[in-house]
Design a protein around this ligand. Structure first.
Ligand code: HEC
Ligand code: HEC
Length: 213
């Protein structure tokens, strides 16, 4: 399989999966590729995740690159003088996610896996206003993050999940976000595209934060 994605004046995303017996179907995606449980999403499913932020590239962003693990970091970009408007910071941590380790894990998970669709620049906000995306200006406290202000103690907009809040403090089973992550029902599962299995680690991260709220 080859995956490439490029941005010039518009985005080009390309996935090519060569079937053993030929018969490539561009854009259709593929199930259980090469005998693995993994699928390649269809072109329209790619766009349901990638077109809901104006930049369309989802992983290359200040908050996610601000780490000290392996791979490219925000510090590398600053050191190589590649940023027109580099951030400044006394230490090495430019955009720390607020809260203790439990809150940080949940806020980071929701930002990365959910915030690309659930943010004010996405059409999804017209249906449900919950906003899971961190921005550099919303990191002062846990209570200032959109994930907190638009979900904790906030009644769900949609009635097809039986929950009192999107995040109900200390009660995952009354939290719509937890219930939607912890189901395989196509009509209600989150994310709606690109997943067949429940992410047990993600569900545990969210439950731990809900129980600590
Ligand atoms: C369920 C949502 C979802 C779907 C469907 C999806 N992606 Fe992504 N993709 C993401 C997220 C989120 C990232 C960033 C992950 C990270 O940085 O850890 C990403 C990263 C990428 C990247 C690396 C560049 C970037 O944007 O960070 C490429 C290339 C990419 N996806 C291409 C595709 C293609 C092609 C398809 C369809 C075959 C597809 N994606 C389907 C959510 C999705
Ligand atoms: C591909 C885009 C996409 C991604 C990624 C996504 N969602 Fe959603 N989400 C939607 C859409 C669209 C709806 C509205 C569903 C409907 O109309 O039935 C929705 C609805 C919801 C709702 C209902 C809110 C309410 O007020 O009733 C919750 C809660 C939710 N999503 C949580 C999540 C969580 C948690 C994640 C990450 C694990 C996530 N979503 C990832 C598109 C997405």
């Amino acid at each position: 399989m080859q995956v490439s994605r490029k941005r010039r004046d518009h985005l080009l995303a390309h996935v090519r999966h060569v079937h053993a017996a030929g018969g490539d179907q561009p854009g259709a995606g593929a199930e259980d590729v090469l005998g693995t449980p993994h699928d390649i999403p269809s072109r329209s499913d790619c766009r349901r995740c990638h077109d809901r932020l104006p930049g369309q590239v989802l992983g290359f962003q200040a908050i996610l690159l601000d780490h000290d693990g392996p791979g490219l970091t925000l510090q590398d970009l600053i050191d190589q003088d590649l940023l027109t408007d580099p951030p400044s910071s006394a230490g090495n941590d430019y955009f720390p996610v607020p809260g203790d380790a439990t809150a940080q894990a949940a806020l980071g998970y929701l930002h990365t896996n959910c915030g690309n669709c659930h943010n004010p620049m996405s059409d999804v906000v017209n249906t449900v206003p919950v906003d899971w995306r961190l921005r550099v200006g919303t990191l002062a406290t846990v209570e200032a993050t959109p994930a907190f202000t638009t979900a904790v103690g906030v009644a769900p907009t949609l009635g097809n999940i039986n929950a009192t809040s999107i995040l109900e403090p200390q009660d995952p089973d009354q939290s719509a976000a937890y219930l939607r992550m912890n189901t395989q029902q196509a009509a209600t599962q989150m994310p709606p595209e690109g997943r067949e299995e429940i992410d047990a680690d993600g569900v545990a991260i969210l439950a731990a934060w809900i129980n600590a709220l």
